[in-house]
Design a protein around this ligand. Structure first.
Ligand code: TPP
Ligand code: MG
Length: 451
């Protein structure tokens, strides 16, 4: 089946309308995914009588049934488990955004007072500013979000797939928790973690059913007290930058966010900068975070930002990119300039393939190999200018604020800012691959060590 959700090879021109309509239907329903249409040259040059399918039946997809009726028994069992739970967590994954279930999530979470975590793919599904939001779980998740999952007695997994970046070592992941797993794709059930109840449905449908039955956990006061102590003890943390640089990448993300209008859309590449964007950008609404998860693909940021700006020309769109990632797809800025798509790109230029450098430092005895890139080569300002964009550079806090203000004042052409950030900065917290979430490492200063 390859890497697409489905693929078609068109063998006669008459099939084109049915295949195109089917492709859109398949791509956008159930668990959304890419569909490939292979249209051979001879067919594209032949003729056909125009027609277009009017009903789903005409698409001729006998084995595809994206709508599944809710299983009442399973709903009843889920409601019972919620009723018994004293330490529940709403483990919110990207499927919640794909189901457009954020309103149902807010309603259910606020009534039940259940704490919420949003995975990398779900950032924006629940407002970061909400007092019930613990933030992102996983390898670079917030301590309280990771630990709440670990100590939970019931995970309500909503369109989340128990990815290894969230679970860490599987045998010790949320060992005392029962699992309610809601997913539109039944292939996800019992794949990584055995579920006590599975509900194959759209997340919004499941949440509406829980709400209709007024599913309510036990009193959560003790649970919340425990969570608040973790939040107070180990918030996200980085050291304030010195006035004359180098910049702290986290500080740059926060500064861009503070100066950005509400509803700004953020795209990112893959690496440390992606984690800092996810950790430090305050996401308040769905559809504001465009991100390459799973097999995260370097170079995703610039094209993703261009797509977002074409889709939402009314919104400010920032790409928070790495220097390595930028080098992979920066040429698309020529398209952005030529087509009049004024995105803003922040390169967190640490002169390294930073995420790989971090692993080599921490787990390979600082035996650095093939990770140094140089901060000056290529010259990102000149490169931006060569592509018809405005190019800016910031070495320190003062220049950073000036560059951000300048970028915000330019709305007709793309802007690229080369932020010179500290190469030594690492992403924390961190759960090392294959280890337990119980052994999460917070920032060295929070551990009482030098960095
Ligand atoms: C196409 C591709 N190649 C390699 C990787 C593996 N990889 C993940 S992060 C990373 C380094 C990214 O460097 P940079 O863009 O500078 O971001 P930083 O980590 O420094 O913020 C690499 C090589 C990947 N995810 N995608
Ligand atoms: Mg880098």
């Amino acid at each position: 089946m390859g890497i697409t959700k489905h693929n078609f090879l068109i063998q006669s021109a008459h099939e084109i309308p049915r295949v195109v309509a089917s492709a859109f239907y398949l791509a956008t329903t159930g668990r959304p995914g890419p569909v490939l249409i292979d249209l051979p040259k001879d067919i594209s040059q032949s003729t056909m009588e125009w027609w277009y399918p009017e009903t789903i039946e005409e698409l001729d997809l006998p084995g595809y049934h994206p709508e599944v009726a809710l299983n009442d028994d399973a709903v009843a069992r889920a409601i019972e488990l919620i009723g018994l739970s004293e330490r529940p967590v709403l483990y919110v994954g990207g499927g919640t955004l794909k189901s457009r279930a954020h309103e149902e999530l807010l309603t259910f979470a606020e009534r039940t007072k259940i704490p919420v975590v949003t995975t990398l793919m779900a950032r924006g599904a629940f407002p970061d500013s909400h007092e019930q939001h613990l933030g992102m779980p996983g390898m670079h998740g917030v301590y309280s979000a990771v630990t709440a999952l670990q100590k939970s007695d019931l995970l309500i997994a909503l369109g989340a797939r128990f990815d290894d970046r969230v679970t860490g070592q599987i045998s010790s992941f949320a060992a005392g928790a029962k699992i309610i797993h809601v997913d539109v794709d039944r292939a996800e059930f019992n794949k990584v973690r055995r579920a006590d109840v599975t509900l194959q449905t759209n997340v919004a449908v499941a949440l509406r059913a829980f709400e209709a039955a007024q599913a309510t956990p036990q009193n959560l006061d003790v649970w919340w007290k425990e969570i608040r102590t973790w939040q107070e003890r180990y918030p996200l943390f980085y050291e304030e930058p010195e006035a004359d640089g180098p910049l702290r990448p986290q500080y740059v993300v926060e500064a861009i966010a503070k100066a950005a209008p509400p509803g700004t859309i953020v795209a990112a590449g893959v690496g440390q900068h992606q984690m800092w964007a996810s950790q430090y950008w305050p996401f308040e609404e769905p559809g504001t975070w465009v991100n390459s998860g799973g097999a995260g693909t370097m170079g995703f940021g610039v094209p993703a930002a261009i797509g977002a700006k074409v889709g939402r020309p009314d919104r400010t769109v920032w790409c928070i990119d790495g220097d390595g990632c930028f080098q992979m797809t920066a040429q698309e800025l020529v398209t952005a300039r030529a087509e009049g798509i004024p995105i803003k790109v922040a390169i967190l230029n640490n002169a390294y393939l930073g995420m790989v450098r971090q692993w080599q430092e921490m787990f390979y005895d600082e035996r650095y190999s093939e990770v140094y890139l140089s901060a000056d080569l290529p010259d990102y300002v000149k490169w931006a200018e060569a592509m018809g964009c405005v190019g800016l550079r910031a070495h320190n806090v003062k220049e950073m604020h000036e560059a951000i203000a300048m970028a915000n004042s330019i709305n007709d052409v793309p802007v690229v800012i080369d932020f010179r950030t500290d190469s030594a900065e690492k992403v924390y917290p961190m759960v090392a691959t294959g280890t337990s979430n119980d052994d999460i490492m917070v920032h060295p200063i929070q551990r009482g060590e030098a960095r």
